[in-house]
Design a protein around this ligand. Structure first.
Ligand code: ATP
Length: 313
């Protein structure tokens, strides 16, 4: 439980991820901390290259942490784990990828793709049980049992993403990292895939980390939002709080970039461009501060005072 009396499922503490060594090294993630509550959808937003995927991959233990820790259900999962804990974490935390064409093995049947995790973790009693599980999940994602004998190239992008979701869901995970799961799909089928993810969340109490750069979609699906800029957290708040009171200038620039459906208003809209030069951190050093109402902003002490005034008067 944290101060807000919510149950924390994933906790990221002072995470650094550094790529490369020596002079060529690059700190993609710099002292990032945030919690993900059980049952919520938390979205990471920020421009391309800000480090969203790197954070997701650090939680998945694909990218090693250079500093800091990641906890899952109170247990440290960054660094070395026992074989038993390792297997448990692999099963409980699943990932859905952006490009379902690239993430599915083209040579394998849908049946094999969905069964692979079950095979690896022996999550079925016998053949009958395995088949029952995959037939149920294929129907749950809106496909048909006869699709099981086919290959990924026989499906549309949306159907392939349904297979990607089935492959995760069949493992009965608790937590899913969804990395831009709809960006590669036709606009017309994006809502269907989002609704499918929501359905599983409602039915199974799943927790999602959703990675996206499209703020209008993020608004529709998230309980809370973490804004990332160049590997650092700029702002964290509940979704409607963030849209009503965007405090950090980078958040404001992201929100101002959301297209407005009215073409005349959109054409005359003033885009707010963010630059680090807006801040003077030569004397006062910035940090991420909780200003109340679950709203955290990155700023120097005088900036934080200003943000508090804007928010609470
Ligand atoms: P996008 O929205 O384009 O996916 P992102 O916010 O997810 O962007 P990341 O993919 O996490 O950003 O990348 C963050 C930074 O880390 C980028 O500058 C990227 O070039 C760099 N980076 C990511 N993976 C590696 C790697 N394996 N080796 C070196 N640099 C990397």
């Amino acid at each position: 439980m944290d101060n807000n009396q919510k149950e924390v499922l994933v906790s990221i503490r002072n995470l650094d991820v550094v790529f490369g060594r020596g002079k060529k090294s690059f700190k993609a993630i710099d002292n990032v901390s945030f919690d993900i509550y059980k049952g919520e959808t938390l979205s990471l937003v920020g421009e391309s290259g800000s480090g969203k995927t790197t954070i997701g991959r650090a939680i998945m233990r694909i990218n090693p942490c250079s500093a800091g820790e990641i906890y899952y259900d109170g247990k440290k999962i960054s660094g070395k784990l026992s074989r038993k804990d390792d297997r448990e974490v692999i099963r409980k935390i699943q990932m859905i990828f952006q490009d379902p064409a690239a993430s599915l093995n083209e040579r394998a049947t849908i049946e094999y793709i969905i069964s692979e995790g079950l095979y690896n973790f022996h999550l079925y009693k016998d053949e009958k049980d395995r088949i029952a599980k995959i037939e149920k999940v294929i129907k749950d994602v809106g496909l048909l049992p006869e699709h099981l004998t086919r290959y990924p190239h026989e499906f549309s992008g949306g159907q392939r993403q349904r297979v990607g979701i089935a492959r995760s869901i069949v493992m009965e995970p608790e937590f899913i990292v969804a990395d831009e799961p709809i960006s590669a799909l036709d606009v017309s089928i994006r809502a269907q895939v989002l609704n499918l993810l929501k359905k599983f969340q409602n039915e199974r109490g799943l927790t999602y980390l959703f990675i996206a750069h499209d703020l209008s979609i993020v608004r529709f699906i998230s309980d809370r939002i973490v804004v990332i800029y160049k590997g650092r957290v700029m702002e964290i708040a509940e979704t409607e709080e963030l849209f009503a009171y965007p405090l950090h200038p980078y958040t404001k620039s992201l929100i101002s970039a959301i297209p407005i459906p009215d073409p005349i208003i959109e054409k005359n809209k003033k885009l707010f461009v963010y630059s680090r030069d807006l801040h003077d951190y030569s004397v006062e050093k910035p940090e991420l501060v909780d200003i109340g109402n679950g709203h955290l902003v990155f700023g120097s002490p005088s900036e934080i005072e200003k943000y508090k005034k804007v928010r609470f008067g």
